[in-house]
Write a protein that binds this ligand. Structure first.
Ligand code: ATP
Ligand code: MG
Length: 293
């Protein structure tokens, strides 16, 4: 692919054009302040306010494009990256597109344990990862590589079992299959090329990562405000897993204070119950746009 003089300095990021990762990735990019026009109808879109262009392609192609330096960064599932074996660096793991690659077979069929896969036929879109796993466990099986609708292969008698992506397990269940062995836990990853980057691009990546980390941190946190008895402040300080010391402000009622701080979202309910016990009232929780630590 030819690169224009203009794109030499722009950071080029590969994202999935249309699929399970697209909306979340676009949401993340918009969340860190990137503005771009209609990405649905174009293969390439330029950001209006950041030196970035997005390349919208099939997820299977992302690791190679990044490996070859056609794109500097890419958002792709760990499953696809690992299957392609592309020479790229993983910069961040992101908490969407979470799934696992698993071996599955008929619920009440002859395959019930890992050893039962010996000599069987397995349909998969992930022949490399499946083969590596089987070899590691000294199991010989025949692989049939198919690119989609893997879960119906046993019913069509194309294969005895499958190795496919699972998230809820509903698709497996609907096809009378049972998940027997997880071979890879996956999530979306931000990957970077291992090709040499210009100092300008390195700076852009640093800026991009700072924005992304601040956004992720903010998404995992909430701003919390409450009123509490002055006498409870030491106990409340103990309860709040605050980043820094909380802000404590006097109120008209001299026995009471207002406390403002930031808490991690995963501790929200535990913290809340304990605060109430210490006499906190009027607790207000607010989302945070961004956080620079
Ligand atoms: P493309 O047309 O871009 O090749 P695709 O059909 O290969 O798309 P999608 O089904 O959109 O891919 O899935 C993209 C990624 O979403 C997967 O590679 C995986 O990382 C993640 N994912 C999360 N949950 C699931 C799931 N239950 N099934 C499939 N993929 C999932
Ligand atoms: Mg694909």
């Amino acid at each position: 692919m030819e690169r224009t003089a203009d794109s030499k300095t722009s950071l080029r990021i590969a994202i999935q054009k249309s699929g399970r990762l697209t909306d979340k990735t676009i949401e993340l990019l918009k969340g860190i302040g990137l503005r771009f026009d209609d990405y649905k109808r174009n293969l390439m879109v330029k950001c209006r306010n950041f030196d970035v262009e997005l390349l919208l392609i099939r997820d299977d192609d992302i690791p190679e494009y990044v490996q070859d330096g056609v794109c500097d960064l890419g958002f792709v599932g760990a499953n696809v990256r690992a299957e392609t074996g592309a020479d790229v660096s993983v910069l961040r793991g992101l908490d969407y597109g979470v799934c696992r690659l698993s071996l599955a077979a008929h619920k009440d069929g002859p395959i019930q344990t890992l050893e039962d896969f010996e000599g069987k036929t397995i349909a998969t879109s992930y022949p490399n990862l499946t083969q590596q796993f089987l070899e590691k466990h000294n199991i010989e099986a025949d692989l049939v590589t198919i690119s989609g609708a893997v879960e119906i292969a046993p019913r069509l008698e194309v294969a005895d079992a499958i190795c496919d992506l699972v998230s809820t397990g509903n698709t497996l269940k609907a096809n009378g299959l049972e998940e027997l062995e997880v071979i890879l836990e996956s999530e979306t990853q931000l990957i970077q090329t291992n090709k040499k980057l210009s100092p300008g691009k390195k700076k852009l990546i640093e800026k991009f990562l700072l924005r992304m980390d601040s956004h992720q941190q903010a998404e995992r946190s909430r701003y919390i405000m409450m009123n509490a008895p002055k006498a409870s402040v030491p106990e409340i300080k103990e309860i709040i897993p605050s980043l820094n010391s909380p802000t404590v402000m006097p109120l008209a009622d001299e026995e009471m204070v207002a406390i403002h701080t930031v808490i991690p979202i995963d501790q929200f309910w535990i913290v809340m119950e304990r605060l109430k016990k210490e006499g906190a009232t009027g607790i207000v929780i607010l989302p945070i746009e961004s956080m620079i630590l």
